[in-house]
Design a protein around this ligand. Sequence first.
Ligand SMILES: Nc1ncnc2c1ncn2[C@@H]1O[C@H](COP(=O)(O)OP(=O)(O)O)[C@@H](O)[C@H]1O
Ligand SMILES: [Mg+2]
Length: 254
Amino acid sequence: MNKLELQGIQHTFAGKKQRVTVLSDISLHVKEGEFVTIIGPSGSGKSTLFHIIGGLVTPTAGDVWLDGAKVTGIKGLISYMPQQPALFPWRTIEANVALAQEVAGVPRQDAVAKAREWLPKVGLAGYEQELPHVLSGGMQQRVSFLRALLSPQEVMCLDEPFGSLDALTRQDMQAWLLNIWEKNRRSILFVTHSIEEALFLSDRIYVISNKPAEILEELVVPFARPRQEEVNLEPAFHKLRKHIQSLLRQEVQS
Ligand SMILES: Nc1ncnc2c1ncn2[C@@H]1O[C@H](COP(=O)(O)OP(=O)(O)O)[C@@H](O)[C@H]1O
Ligand SMILES: [Mg+2]
């Protein structure tokens, strides 16, 4: 059985003057313990798709399935890192990290203890009691990432989690995420712009088109686990990168 499955998701935003169809027909799945990435042009509807999976937006057509049950429009069932960090400005960093766990039913003390244990591991030791405005954008993103990571739901959706990090921090965070994931193997659906990042992290990749988005191709990433950083030197990596590049380039031109 698939952990997460989307069947024929279609979505149209109805504005005052016009209707915009963002997603035309998206069907995809994530198996138990699988790392799946969606890559597509900016504005193609990736964040909208995540809002639909998270139950924040109800799709115009199609359904979301979790562990074989239809969950379309239901909130709180997946752990979700939004593209914008969305921290509560009046809550301390540790309280922000603890919140998603508390909402999911973890006792407050345990949630805060977990937050304190993990904040140093994402380079935020000493910031536990600060408010979010003290942190840089990249640091806020790490808080938001940790909040999703520690939230107990089995499926994790990460929307461009490393988008505002500089290249070196980004590589560190990718390696760190892989390390954690390889230890406890949650099911992950990941969105990125970066072809290298997708190839480095994923088991499978869905390449999607411009809006109204549809799936252009599904690719299996063949590299062994645990992934080595040098995987990007392999000829197969180069070939897949070129292939995805050409798919996306056609989208930019069309
Ligand atoms: N609430 C909304 N109302 C109308 N249009 C929206 C709304 N949210 C997003 N859109 C439009 O949907 C398209 C896809 O947006 P988004 O899902 O953020 O794309 P991506 O994450 O792939 O960059 C964009 O053209 C955006 O303007
Ligand atoms: Mg987006």
